[in-house]
Design a binder for this molecule. Structure first.
Ligand code: PLP
Length: 406
């Protein structure tokens, strides 16, 4: 199957927009991807024809919506190759999924003096929940260092897996630098010492094939909105044995079995972790988004984005006024860079004037910036619909930034 980029772009209405009189170049995919028409229409169709609360009614609409919602769960299961549908918990995003695990799992296993191990590459979402938990438990947050290329130092990681390590939480792909961590090997090393591992896959789900059984991770999470799906949709995968051992994260309707004033028993998996009315329309839209990615093929998306990354890196690397941050051997489609003498925020304003949407700042990864000795970067992040011509537009705009501000 050929990768028909024009046909793919044609599915994204927003790409037709002009910003400041220029056709939009959307290079902020790591923050959120745009949505194909199929996803937009799925959400709209739900409200036009199907809107109803799920899991509660005997009437037709409720049963239909419940069926669609549970079909979406099955779709997610297949997409990440989980063994059982009950291992898929819907959340509103990665942040909520990590907080759930820190609260319901981390809290049970962590004692005074114990350790949680993260890496120096983490997004704040995979750092702060663990930091707060460690503070509460008088435990220690240990951080595996990165090298100058933005790779996690594997020898240090292995050494830091100690007798007090009770949990490892690692990003699959860095949102700040694009580094792909060797998570399979890292999980295996932790498991040798019986340490459970959570993988933050927020940046992975739209770029690489995920197989939670092959990875053998204990928890895996991602956000639908970063994978062509709606905002407010997210996924937590957890191994059944662990999910069953955990208390609920939030309490209320749906997560209960029997309620009296004296006592409450909890619903079975996955409902035990889905208190209250979920974002039904977003979850249905997420299913359509996964269908969209499947229709292109994760391998094809990966090859297309690899070509963009290589071309973009080549173009930027040859500019003596630019420094690229994050040069890991295994990277996905993110280029973080700085001009030698121009503040990223000022540059961002000029890029915006030329119709290019990119991100400047610390990318919710302040410790990564501290490690690199900078306050932030300019980040371009590619998606399935970006093109080489758009990278040429970026290069043109770089020329303009230098002329105006250099
Ligand atoms: N983890 C990583 C690596 C991310 O890039 C992000 C968002 O940028 C998150 C977690 C948080 O995702 P969300 O805001 O969708 O919960």
């Amino acid at each position: 199957m050929t990768y028909d980029i024009e046909k793919i772009r044609g599915q994204f209405p927003i790409l037709q927009r002009e910003i400041n009189g220029k056709s939009l170049v959307y290079f902020d995919n790591a923050a959120t991807t745009q949505k194909p028409l199929s996803v937009i229409e799925r959400v709209s169709a739900y409200y036009r024809n199907e809107n109803c609360n799920i899991h509660r009614g005997v009437h037709f609409l409720s049963q239909e919506a419940t069926q669609e919602f549970e079909d979406a769960r099955e779709k997610v299961r297949g997409f990440i190759n989980a063994g059982r549908k009950e291992e898929i918990i819907f959340t509103k995003g990665t942040t909520e999924a990590i907080n759930l695990v820190a609260y319901s799992f981390g809290r049970n296993i962590l004692g005074q003096g114990d350790e949680v191990l993260i890496t120096a590459l983490e997004h704040h979402s995979n750092l702060v929940p663990w930091q707060v938990l460690c503070r509460e438990k008088n435990a220690f947050l240990r951080v595996v260092p990165i090298n100058n290329k933005g790779e996690v130092v594997q020898e240090a990681y292995k050494k830091m897996l100690g007798p007090r390590t009770k949990m490892v939480a690692i990003g699959h792909i860095s949102n700040a630098l694009g580094t792909i961590n060797p998570v399979r090997e890292m999980i295996a090393a932790a498991h040798e010492k019986n340490i459970p591992v959570l993988v933050d896959g927020a940046q992975a789900a739209s770029h690489i094939k995920i197989d939670v059984q092959e990875l053998d991770c204990d928890f895996y999470c991602f956000s639908g909105h970063k994978a062509y799906g709606p905002m407010g949709s997210g996924v937590l995968f957890g191994k059944t044995r662990l999910l069953e051992s955990m208390d609920p994260y939030q309490c209320g309707g749906e997560m209960v079995d029997r309620v009296t004033f004296e006592k409450t028993t909890y619903n079975e998996l996955p409902f035990k972790f889905e208190a209250g009315t979920p974002n039904v329309e977003s979850i249905l839209g997420l299913k359509t988004a996964l269908d969209f990615m499947d229709s292109l093929g994760m391998d094809s998306i990966g090859s297309h984005e690899k070509a963009l990354l290589e071309y973009g890196t080549e173009q930027l690397a040859r500019d003596p006024d630019i420094t690229i941050y994050g040069t890991a051997d295994r990277k996905t489609s993110i280029i973080s860079f700085l001009f030698k003498n121009i503040h990223p925020y000022d540059a961002g304003i000029i890029f915006d004037k030329t119709g290019i949407a990119l991100r400047t700042g610390n990318h919710c990864a302040q410790p990564v910036m501290d490690r690199l000795g900078i306050s932030g970067t300019i980040r371009v992040s590619f998606g399935a619909y970006n093109t080489i011509q758009e990278i040429d537009r970026l290069v043109e705009s770089i020329g303009m930034v230098k002329k105006m501000l250099g």
